[in-house]
Design a protein around this ligand. Structure first.
Ligand code: PEP
Ligand code: MN
Length: 272
């Protein structure tokens, strides 16, 4: 762990990751919100405008979707990327979107402000190395069955290529529990802050898999010191082409944003 370890003797500060005008890892808590997958221009634009109005400062949305079944909706791909650029032009929100394949890096980088490396690709060392060679920030999600050490070394792969703009995102891990989609490892947040100097996010949407559990777990993440939250929001979760069960509608997202503020304040942070 040459590059990622927090140097205790020097009381090293958390690395600030800049995504457009947004600073991750500073005193302000950053909320990234948006649909699991980009389904249409109207869907992404309406969600972007609403989450922006409610206080999110970054937009998410997948054009390339890693799906368990090859017969599920796998994303709009190039059309999705085009939608991102249109919605960005209208809202000014920086966008994080997943890159699944090293061959797509150049094309994704044309519209994205930040690469997402998904859970299933956390140990795709070719992909990590290639995004490490770019200057775009990287949102590295925890592998669904990865230890903290394996995750830390995955980030180190990116940093070893010269890109230190990396954000770690806890998104739940697989355990024996089946009621929830994954088990959120809240401890990972303070543990990673102790071990590394990178900003740490929580994604309670994939972490829980159930929209009713998203807000309470989001608040727990903020209380535990997360630098930000990634939340899936959809105009009509019942009709979503992916992850509808865990997506907040606009009303539920508005309620979450209201509840975040006092919790953030209690741990010395303000909403960005
Ligand atoms: C996503 O963010 O939509 C996603 C697929 O996440 P994960 O890689 O954490 O499953
Ligand atoms: Mn999703």
């Amino acid at each position: 762990m040459k590059l990622i370890a927090r140097r205790k003797d020097e009381q090293q500060e958390t690395t600030k990751v800049r995504v457009g005008d947004v600073i991750i890892g500073g005193s302000e808590l950053v909320v990234i919100a948006g649909p699991c997958a980009i389904e249409s221009y109207e869907q992404l634009l309406s969600t972007a405008l609403e989450v922006q109005r409610l206080g999110a400062t970054m937009l998410r949305g997948g054009a390339y979707k890693p799906r368990t079944s090859p017969y599920s909706f796998r994303g709009k791909r190039e059309i999705g990327l085009e939608t991102i650029s249109q919605v960005k032009a209208l809202t000014g929100l920086p966008v994080v979107t997943e890159v699944m394949d090293a061959r797509d890096i150049e094309q994704v980088a044309k519209v994205a402000d930040m690469f997402q490396i998904g859970s299933r690709n956390m140990q795709n060392y070719t992909l990590l190395t290639e995004v490490g060679k770019t200057k775009l920030p990287v949102f590295l999600k925890r592998g669904l069955a990865s230890t903290l050490e394996e995750w830390i070394y995955a980030a180190e792969y990116i940093m070893a290529e010269g890109n230190d703009q990396v954000v770690l995102c806890e998104r739940g891990i697989r355990t024996f529990e089946t009621y929830t989609r994954n088990t959120v490892d809240i401890t990972a947040i303070p543990a990673l802050k102790e071990l590394t100097h990178l900003p740490v996010f929580l994604d309670p949407s994939h972490g829980t898999g159930k929209w009713s559990l998203v807000s309470p777990v989001a608040l727990a993440g903020v209380a535990a010191g997360a630098d930000g939250l990634m939340i899936e929001v959809h105009p009509q979760p019942d009709l979503a082409l992916s992850d509808g069960d865990q997506s907040l509608n606009f009303k539920n997202f508005a309620e979450l944003m209201e509840r975040i503020e006092p919790v953030a304040k209690a741990v010395g942070r303000a909403l960005a």
